[in-house]
Design a binder for this molecule. Structure first.
Ligand code: MSP
Length: 471
């Protein structure tokens, strides 16, 4: 039995979950369910990133204590992850006292790579990122992601000597020991690493009141990313416990905007601690709304809870897996979502289950047994994290089956040759169960489909699985 460790980026708790947030969890969950079906033991971490000025200011503006504010929003994220049907095993909060103590110990262990210096330059609070002069000039002083002016900082900070690790990180990425996905981002990361200066990893307490104190220096607070990235190992018990059962992570799921932190600062920290690098860092694209970035100012922000309510969990997961590309930006519109529900979920899967179960019942078919067979094409796609292609492949099997049911017309055969109709229906049902099996990592409803056909007596669902009138 193999042990698998998957991680997801921990969102800031300065707001509520939005439609861009589900991707990390869903991609990790697709893969987790796939590996569990193979008998592997999977640990899947999720959590919330709760320190930093962004959160502190929002709490102040809401007239709340930062911790109370973080508690409320963290709970919303946890409820949200559950609502998405994500089978996570760990939920970590960076304001948790154990995490804070472990991060301080991590800092202490990195000490020989840390020095004090003065930072003079730019900072983006939205990204919680130090910005180089070149970036500042290229974007005319405005962060393209947050549409906010960079802040000028002159302050004493601690630095992590990135130069100690650059050759090793570069070699690991080049050789694929640390695999960056998609492949085209690998070059981008190599270039960023080669240009990257040492990293500032603390802020003066008067500029960052909400964070983990630097050990032995009360005037400084840790840079949020050092605190946040550490969650992937503190959640496993590092440094108090041996984490070698689960570390290095098999896959770390992140959005394309934060790949740089995971491909540069994070490996440097791990190497400084003498820990192995993760095997894969997978960066997904962005969720757009009507072809545009989602932004309150554009009035196109979609509440994921509304999407979940519209047609239920399976429709949500279906749209996110089949209509969102695993690696590229993808668009959400209500119209496309409704179309996918009606024309694909209802017309393909819902319809097949209804037709075949009614026919099985009429023809007295019961006591069916199903043993899934390996499908190398599908497995290769899942092993390569090509989730969109994998569900597309499985869906193709359903569509073929729909055509086959029409072409072979088992209801007509039953009239003239009941024995042959029975044989035919058993074959078609097995095809359905095989396609259904491939859909298991994506759609929890697949359990129900199995129950319909594998119970003692085949009983059609009392209401179709995807009723059209539900919208
Ligand atoms: N707190 C950091 C992550 C720390 S991980 C050690 C952060 N938080 S975030 O709330 O801004 O983003 C959380 C995740 O959601 C990231 O993977 C980010 O890329 C993803 N997304 C945020 N908006 C998104 C879209 N519009 N579309 C897809 N994913 C995006 O970054």
């Amino acid at each position: 039995m193999t042990k698998v460790y998957l991680t997801t980026a921990i969102p800031y708790v300065n707001g509520e979950p939005h439609l861009g947030h589900p991707l990390d969890y869903l991609l990790a969950d697709f893969y987790a369910r796939y590996r569990r079906l193979h008998g592997d033991t999977v640990r899947l971490q999720a959590g919330t990133d709760e320190h930093g000025n962004k959160i502190y200011k929002k709490a102040m503006a809401a007239g709340k204590e930062p911790q109370d504010f973080a508690d409320e929003n963290s709970k919303k994220f946890q409820d949200f992850i559950k609502a998405l049907g994500v089978e996570y095993t760990d939920f970590i909060r960076t304001t948790n006292a154990t995490h804070e103590a472990r991060v301080q110990e991590i800092w202490t262990r990195l000490k020989e790579h840390i020095y004090k210096g003065t930072y003079e330059g730019w900072y983006c609070e939205g990204c919680e990122r130090f910005v180089t002069d070149k970036e500042y000039a290229d974007s005319s002083g405005i962060c393209p992601d947050h549409q906010a002016a960079y802040q000028k900082l002159t302050e004493e900070n601690y630095y992590l000597r990135l130069s100690d690790f650059k050759p090793e990180i570069t070699a690991a990425i080049e050789s694929g020991d640390l695999r960056i996905l998609p492949e085209f981002r690998k070059k981008e990361m190599l270039k960023l690493i080669s240009d990257a200066p040492d990293v500032s990893i603390s802020r003066p307490r008067q500029h960052l009141p909400w964070g983990v104190p630097v050990p032995d220096d009360d005037s400084q607070v840790m840079y949020v990313w050092v605190d946040a990235l550490s969650n992937y190992i503190t959640v496993l018990g590092y440094p108090d416990q041996d984490i070698s059962e689960y570390w290095p992570a098999n896959v770390q799921f992140v959005g394309k905007d934060i790949l740089r932190f995971h491909a540069i600062i994070w490996p440097a920290m791990l190497l400084g601690l003498g820990l192995p690098l993760p095997k894969v860092i997978l960066s997904h694209g962005f969720v757009l709304s009507d072809g545009q970035k989602m932004a309150k100012s554009l009035g196109n922000v979609v509440d994921p809870l509304d999407v979940l309510k519209r047609h239920g969990l399976d429709a949500f997961r279906y749209y996110f897996s089949r209509h969102f590309d695993t690696f590229m930006d993808s668009d959400f519109t209500w119209e496309k979502f409704d179309d996918a529900y009606n024309n694909e979920l209802a017309n393909d899967l819902g319809n097949i289950v209804q037709r075949l179960s009614v026919l099985c019942q009429k023809n007295n078919i019961y006591g069916l047994v199903f043993t899934p067979q390996p499908d190398p094409t599908y497995e290769k796609l899942m092993d390569d994290f090509e989730f969109t292609k994998a569900i597309d492949y499985a869906w193709g099997k359903l569509q073929e089956l729909n055509r086959e049911i029409n072409d072979t017309a088992p209801w007509a055969v039953a009239k003239s040759d009941p024995a042959r109709a029975k044989e035919l229906l058993i074959k078609l049902t097995h095809q359905l169960l095989a396609a259904n099996h491939l859909l298991k990592p994506f759609l929890p409803i697949t359990e129900q489909v199995e129950q319909v056909f594998l119970s003692q007596q085949v009983t059609p669902p009392s209401t179709p699985l995807f009723p059209k009138e539900r919208s």
